[in-house]
Structures are given as C-alpha cells and as structure tokens.
Ligand binder design. Structure first.
Ligand SMILES: Cc1cc2nc3c(=O)[nH]c(=O)nc-3n(C[C@H](O)[C@H](O)[C@H](O)COP(=O)(O)OP(=O)(O)OC[C@H]3O[C@@H](n4cnc5c(N)ncnc54)[C@H](O)[C@@H]3O)c2cc1C
Length: 392
C-alpha cells in the first residue's frame, strides 16, 4: 500500500540530500536510495553564491558549513596571456549586504557532510547506501520502485519519486528516452593544493581568481580553513572520457597551458596531479516529470560549471519542491507546480553557463573585444549581469 506521506528519492548527492531534508521538514517520511555504498565526495571545491547559501540556510545547513568555508573578498578576472586585469567584483560584505546571504567557497566534501549529517540525524529520513534504483512504475495514487541492494531486489511504494540521480539519471532515461547528456567538447581538470605552493604573487589572497585564455580558463580559490587552494582548469577536448574523475599527471594538463603567462602557468604547475571531468550538459526538457515522478538537480538541468550554479540550482529545487508539496492535496499537481516554477529559471541559468563558456574561451582577436568590454563594465557590471542569479 502507498503511504501518502512517503516520498522516495533516487540519489544522495547534493540535490537528493537537500530534497530529503526539505521534504522531511515539510512533514514527509523520506526514503533515499543511493547507488554508491559510501558517499562519493570527490570534486574538490565548490562556490556557493548567495542564492545557494540562502537555500542552505532554509535547510538548516548554513551555520555548520559556514564554519568550514571561506568568504572571499573579491572575484578577480584577468587575461591569462598578458596578465591584464579585466574586472574585480567585490564579494564578502558587499554580497551579504546586497543579497542578504554570503558568497562562500568550500570543499565539496564539507558541503556534502553538512547535508548528510542533518539527513542522518533526521528521524523522518532513511538513507540507504548501496541501494540502486532499477526501475519504477507510476500509478494512480503514487509510484512503486524496484531497487537492488547486495544483489537483492526490493519493491517499495511511495506517494512520489524524486529522480535526483545526477546527469546520467536512470529516472530521466525512463521518462524521456534519448535525452541523455551531451558532451560539451570540454574537460575540467581539478586539484586541491597547499596555499604556500602558489607563486608568491598569488599567496594569502582571499580571492576567487579567474584567468581567461583562448579555448581555456583557470579558476582558483581558497577552501577549508583557507590554507588550501582549489584549482579548476578547463580546456577544449573533443573526446569525452568514460571515467569520472580519472587521475592525470600534472604535465599532461600543464602542456595545454604552455603559451600562458608565467603566473597562471605556475599556478597550474603547483598540483602534482589532476582529476579530469569531461563536461556534459543535459538537453532541455519541455516537461520534467509525469504523474508521481519528477526530476531534481543535474538529472533535470545538468549544466556547464561556468557560472558555478549546478549545485546552487539543485539546492533551490529542493527548497521549492518541499514548499510546493508541504500543503498539497494532490501530489501529482504539486509536482507539476514545482516544475513550472523551476523550469524557466534553470533553463536561463543553463543558457547563461553556455554563453559564459563561449565568452571565456574566445580566440584572439575576438578576445580583445571581450577584454575591452570587461574592463569597461568592471566588477559593477559583472555584479549587475549576475544579480538575477544571486537574488533568485
Ligand atoms: C568542474 C565542476 C565544477 C563545479 N563547480 C560548481 C560550483 O562551484 N558551484 C555549484 O553550485 N556547482 C558546481 N558544479 C556542479 C555541481 O557539482 C553539480 O551540479 C551538483 O553536484 C549536482 O548535484 P546532484 O545531486 O543533482 O547530482 P550528483 O551530485 O551527481 O548526485 C547524484 C547521485 O545519484 C546517485 N545515483 C545515480 N544513479 C543512481 C541510481 N540508479 N540509484 C541510486 N542512486 C543513483 C549517484 O551515485 C550520486 O550520488 C560543478 C561541476 C563541475 C563538473
């Protein structure tokens, strides 16, 4: 029998955990199925803009996370070939005052931990690691799912199924066959290093640094207690790799930046090795879900990371989903209402991320025009351009 207040969640990533907490706080019993036997917290650092920290505050996770995060003073964008300063956007107090929530940077593992701890301690949430969603069937009044754990199958009924199972979502594949992720022809190379390894000019700065070069860019910022630095370098790569987070020696990454200025090149050369992520985007869907089933996070709107919004959008989804379902009489209609709220905003963010990627990677001589515009609009212009994201 379907329990009217039981929601099933596929995936205990950032989105699945956040949704579980939101739904449990809204009075639901939540069962979360996570394929991995132990949480995968790979992926180094993450930026959390004010819209993300606002969602985290609503979920009760901000305070614990803020204690393990850095609140950088500014975001500095430079040309990676000639080192020209293009724009400086204030973060820190300016962000707090303007958007009523902080702009933080942290380790993904700390974000995961903050959410996982709340979920594990919540009496209404059951987290089942090593439990893979195999199949599901929606019917009038709810949904039945089939899961596999230690080679044993189980069937469970619930009032709704939330597919928070990432960019290669099985829930999405069944609802919308043929809409799997599209490779963007790019890879991200990630590493975390000790801050004292940075070139002298870059040490001890409370900054998110962005370096733009033809067909490539580099982002670095302090994480944890501020003594470690997260590096993300992005290059154009025709071929996607099968593995997620494959380890690669530094030389293989550094040779792609041989034509860059000595300082950003030296930053790249500090890491002994990198992990590689081929970058994918989820094609747009006109409707995310059907009946008692919906999607959340990357499963719904996987995006390129160039506006640092994938996890932020998943956190926003979670808050809206919980608010929409809280007092709903009819679950299916509430899920459609959630999708109507979230679809336009997430499509707009996906598109912004795509466009920013193109602008970041402009070849010469087009990059001269970009640099002129960036210098003219400066940090205030960047802030104006992104305000709709941060205030959402
Ligand atoms: C290089 C890079 C940098 C980024 N930087 C930022 C940033 O600065 N700020 C930001 O906001 N975002 C950033 N992102 C994006 C962010 O990491 C993702 O958008 C976010 O992690 C998505 O969360 P999710 O919960 O939707 O998916 P995931 O984190 O992928 O979680 C999905 C979960 O579902 C599980 N699962 C899959 N299939 C099944 C199944 N069949 N049954 C059960 N469980 C299943 C998986 O094991 C996984 O745990 C970045 C991404 C990249 C690649």
């Amino acid at each position: 029998m379907t329990h009217p207040r039981t929601v099933l969640v596929a995936g205990a990533g950032i989105g699945g955990l956040a949704a579980s907490i939101g739904l449990a706080n809204a009075g639901f019993r939540v069962l979360v199925f996570e394929r991995d036997p132990v949480p995968d917290v790979s992926g180094a650092g993450i930026q959390l803009s004010p819209n993300a920290t606002r969602a985290l505050a609503k979920l009760g996770a901000l305070e614990a996370l803020a204690a393990k995060s850095v609140e950088p003073e500014e975001l500095v964008v430079s040309n990676a070939i000639n080192r020209a300063l293009l724009a400086t956007m204030p973060l820190g107090r300016t962000m707090r005052e303007k958007f009523k929530s902080p702009y933080l940077v942290c380790l993904r593992a700390d974000l995961y931990e903050a959410l996982a701890r709340i979920a594990a301690d919540h009496p209404a949430i059951e987290l089942r690691y090593g439990s893979m969603l195999e199949d599901f069937a929606a019917h009038s009044g709810g949904v039945s799912v089939k899961t596999e754990r230690e080679r044993k199958s189980e069937e469970i009924a619930g009032a709704a199924l939330i597919g928070a199972d990432g960019i290669r979502s099985a829930v999405r594949a069944k609802l919308h066959p043929g809409t799997g992720p599209r490779h963007g022809g790019m890879s991200a190379w990630r590493a975390t290093i000790e801050g004292n390894l940075l070139p002298q000019e870059m040490r001890g700065k409370s900054q998110v640094r962005v370096w733009l070069g033809p067909g490539a860019h580099l982002v670095h910022y302090p994480v944890g207690d501020g003594s470690r630095i997260n590096l993300v370098a992005v290059t154009m790569e025709r071929q996607a790799t099968e593995s997620w987070g494959e380890e690669v020696p530094q030389e293989e990454v550094a040779r792609r930046f041989a034509h860059w200025d000595a300082i950003p090149r030296a930053v790249i050369e500090t890491a002994p090795q990198y992990r590689r992520w081929s970058l994918f985007e989820a094609p747009l869907l006109s409707a995310w879900g059907r009946g008692a089933v919906t999607l959340l996070g990357d499963a719904a709107h996987g995006m390129f990371p160039f506006v640092a919004q994938g996890a932020a959008a998943a956190l926003e989804d979670a808050v809206v989903l919980a608010e929409t379902l809280r007092s709903a009489e009819d679950t299916d209609s509430a899920l459609r209402a959630y999708e109507r709220i979230r679809t336009p905003r997430t499509q707009q963010i996906q598109s912004a991320a795509r466009n920013i990627g193109r602008i970041y990677h402009l070849p010469m001589p087009l990059s001269f025009g970009r640099d002129l515009v960036m210098k003219r609009i400066g940090g205030a212009g960047l802030m104006r351009q992104n305000a709709w994201i941060y205030s959402g």
